[in-house]
Write a protein that binds this ligand. Sequence first.
Ligand code: GLC
Ligand code: CA
Length: 543
Amino acid sequence: MENTREKAQSWWSHATVYQVYIRSFADGNGDGIGDIEGLLSRMDYLVDLGVDAIWINPWYESPLADGGYDVSDYRAIESRYGTLAHAEELIGQAHDRGIKVIADLVPNHTSEKHAWFREATSSNVGHQSRDRYHIRDGKGLDGELPPTNWESVFGGPAWTRLDDGQWYLHLFAPEQPDLNWNNAEVKEEFASILRFWLDRGIDGFRIDVAHGLIKDETFPDIDLASAKLLESSQMENHPHWDRDEILPIVASWRKILDDYDGERMLVAEAWVHPTRVGRYLQPGLYQQSFNFDFLEASWDREVFHTSIQKSIEAMAPLEADSTWVLSNHDVMRESTRYGLPPETDWRAWPMEGPSSLLDAELGSQRARAAALCMLGLPGSCYIYQGQELGLPEVWDLPEDVLDDPVWERSGGKLKGRDGCRVPLPWKQDGASAGFSESGERWLPQPEHWGVLSVEAQQKDAASTLNLYKQAVALRKKFCGADKAFTWLEGFPDEVLAYKHGDLSCLVNFGSSPLPLDAIDNVLLKSDRTHTAELAPDTAVWFL
Ligand code: GLC
Ligand code: CA
């Protein structure tokens, strides 16, 4: 496959985007919770890493029932993170350094503490304020059964009963009531929220649960036995995922963005079948959609090959570019995932074990190889904070510190997502490894995390941090959205081999080393050796 690009270029076309999970990035005021001041104090770190943009997870006022994806005021900054003035300062400081800022917008649901939901639940049945949400009578003689059998993504029923007997829909936690996107006020309000942040210089929005906004107004039951299967396949007409009526809403947002100066973008968090992603990327809609193939890909040459091929093919007829995501705040960190046998259910493993399944060293070696595999590809690469340090999943967090609603909603079967949200280690020493000057931290870090700290890795030329830094710079120099991508022939079956622009990449998924004698211009190897061979589970870049 040869693919030469002739698409319009924008700042995101070949961007390296760094995801900031603000609560765990850096604490500026010593209360153990990351905040905007902490982020401001580390801007030079991001410049040094060479990223083009940052995506900041929700920073709005929130009770933090779901880590900020439960917003109670979309125009205010959560006080634990700072103030609106801090946010404005951050946008300005990022722009001064040539870094774009992507905010995280949560339109599918609000917090139960949002003024609208308070009004709805304190008003009489039938009051118009209730129409902003999905509040309905139940089934059964006394309405004692939920309106449908839909399940919450976090486990348990998707409906909760109010004191007055009606039920409200929440595809996620009960603290996150779903908005009714057929309500005119909802549409107007979000148009205004977009403008509020665009006026303050936000360059783009990551749209949370982009595939969930519209529900089938007839509220049918789902065949739950086949729902799992159907969701991950090409299911037409699912009652609450991936419905066609979502697209006109996106078009209205896009018009708003296009009215602003500069290039503003929308990136969709849409968990839909790869064959349906293109619908979101039609002209006048999203410019990008996350491609989550890598998040779930096992360490296997065919799996990686297919997922790269599929994405590049899918984007070819579209204006959009591929996106690549090895990890984010919702999944197990890849350096742990790759250390587990391929058939392991990594969501269940932290509880089910056995812990002896994990080969942490192997996982971290593969994660470094995966980094080179990803960073050489055409399109945007999203790096989740800590990935550049090779942080492992903290899968053994004590149960009494777990904060993710998944833990409770799954009845303690799934540990949830806290293990990838542990505060970053910045320094070698100190109680919180430099996350907070006071030593406080909202989740405990493993002992000896200082060895993985930014400070320790900056001193070590062969560290994962330095690998990322070099790779990000070389990616900028030798690849580009306008450069051709092609698979390289003539390598063993277990080696993934491609060329993008001037850069060639080999990843050894096999079990025997590959001699590299014929290659002169090695740019970077994912392992620490300088030998003329490509060891198993490593990658190399060359010209
Ligand atoms: C998205 C977020 C996740 C959140 C959910 C509900 O999937 O990435 O963290 O829990 O939406 O808002
Ligand atoms: Ca703080």
